[in-house]
Design a protein around this ligand. Structure first.
Ligand SMILES: C[S@@+](CC[C@H](N)C(=O)[O-])C[C@H]1O[C@@H](n2cnc3c(N)ncnc32)[C@H](O)[C@@H]1O
Length: 415
């Protein structure tokens, strides 16, 4: 036994997300960097559990991730870690490490915040831990001839504190948030239905299904406020989540000379999308959210359609009528149906809906369906065998991503 690793300066780029998101976050980053203005190779990350990827720090990769990455919850740079799980030893470890860290500013005033999460096995409560890390940061900046001032909103330095690793490697980790807070807060949603979906999960769903916007339309038949359609269109065009100007950490010397703008990576893609819901009230929400995301320009008006309709009445002909210019012969349904937990419906209602959806979508030969659902009865009611099952969590519930190949001959079980 070597004993726990001592406190140390860290440097990894850290991309974290929801349970099971690692693979999809990794492939999204590869795709983005390939399309970015930088000629860099993305190394294989080290996975920390199923929710975080650690890359050797490369400013180009960090810049791309902070601006464009859609499936992650947070993007950060690891600063320091300590095996301490008590306040005093933690502060004693952090102060000298941070004071000697030349990534931190010297000789000036900085504003900062500290967010603490997932620290249940730390000996003190989250508020005390937050106070301790604040104090360590203040002391470190003072030693560097400056002053650190706590500021709730728009702080220059947003520090995150997490407990990571297992067994002897369990540590308290201090991260500098690069991507301006939780990534699902896109700053675009103007309206949400009673059961809106996290944008990061919607992005994961579309990426997991490997949607190819040049080759196939995407239909969300139970769209609510249209989160999946919005994310799909933004992914198709490679539109940034954040502008470099809005990311204080990108003012670091590391990023000097980096592009001041983050233009769309695929500006010419014309995504064909139908977003519909049985509830007419959703129409205004969907249009509002598409507009707020800049997805209602003249070129997109013809390719992104909003409708109010019963999903169980969809036919390939109807979809072709609504999206006449879309490629035919294949397509992707991407949706999250009601789960039967919080929308006032009963379990029987949703199982009936799943069954009817299964029958309806079988008409779409050559299509796929990607579903996120927190109801164990979905698969058997939908009556098809998924080609992919991936556990996740949605709205605090255990959920699954499911992908099905559709059509009469595909994966259906006989009744
Ligand atoms: C969980 S919500 C979808 C939330 C959505 N992804 C969002 O981000 O806002 C499920 C939606 O299914 C809709 N729905 C229920 N039955 C339907 C049906 N037969 N046809 C179409 N939509 C239906 C509900 O009106 C509700 O908006």
């Amino acid at each position: 036994m070597n004993g726990p690793m001592p406190a140390q300066t860290e440097s990894a780029l850290r991309i974290s997300g929801s349970v099971g998101a690692n693979k999809v976050m990794e492939s999204e980053l590869l795709r983005l960097v390939k399309r970015s203005p930088f000629h860099v190779r993305v190394p294989k990350p080290v996975r920390q559990g199923s929710m975080a990827l650690r890359y050797p720090f490369d400013p180009a990769i960090a810049w791309v991730a902070a601006c464009y990455h859609r499936s992650s919850s947070r993007i950060g740079i690891e600063l320091a870690s300590s095996p301490a799980d008590r306040l005093e030893p933690l502060v004693a470890d952090l102060v000298p490490l941070l004071a000697a860290d030349d990534r931190l500013p010297r000789g000036r005033t900085v504003t900062f915040t500290v967010e603490v999460k997932g620290v249940e096995d730390f000996e003190a409560g989250p508020l005390q831990l937050r106070g301790a890390v604040k104090s360590a940061f203040e002391q470190a900046i003072q030693k560097r001839g400056g002053q650190a001032v706590v500021q709730g909103k728009d702080a220059e330095w947003e520090m995150l504190v997490r407990r990571v690793g297992t067994g002897e490697d369990r540590r308290t980790l201090v991260i500098l948030d690069l991507g301006r807070g939780p990534r699902h807060m896109r700053g675009q949603r103007v309206a949400q239905g009673p059961a809106p979906m996290r944008e990061t999960l919607a992005a994961q769903l579309v990426l997991l299904a490997k949607w190819m916007p040049q080759l196939e339309p995407l239909v969300d038949p139970t769209a609510g406020s249209g989160t999946i359609a919005v994310e799909a269109a933004l992914l198709a065009r490679g539109i940034a989540v954040r502008k470099p100007d809005d990311l204080p950490a990108l003012r670091w010397p590391f990023f000097e000379g980096f592009p001041p703008q983050s233009p769309p990576l695929y500006p010419d893609t014309r995504p064909f999308i139908l977003t519909s819901d049985i509830d007419e009230e959703c129409i205004a929400w969907m249009i509002g959210n598409l507009r707020a995301s800049g997805l209602t320009g003249r070129d997109l008006e013809k390719t992104i359609k909003v409708r109010s309709m019963d999903a169980t009445e969809l036919t390939p002909e109807k979809v072709a009528e609504i999206l006449p210019d879309a490629p035919d012969g294949r397509g992707l349904f991407a949706f999250n149906p009601p789960y039967g937990h919080r929308m006032g419906g009963t379990e029987g209602d949703v199982l009936g809906l799943y069954r009817d959806l299964g029958r309806t979508l079988k008409r779409f030969d050559g299509w796929r369906a990607a579903v996120i659902v927190a109801n164990e009865g979905f698969k058997s009611a939908f009556n098809a065998r998924p080609s992919m099952v991936k556990p996740t969590s949605a709205a605090g519930l255990r959920a699954e991503f499911l992908v099905f190949d559709l059509g009469e001959r595909q994966g259906g079980r006989s009744r």
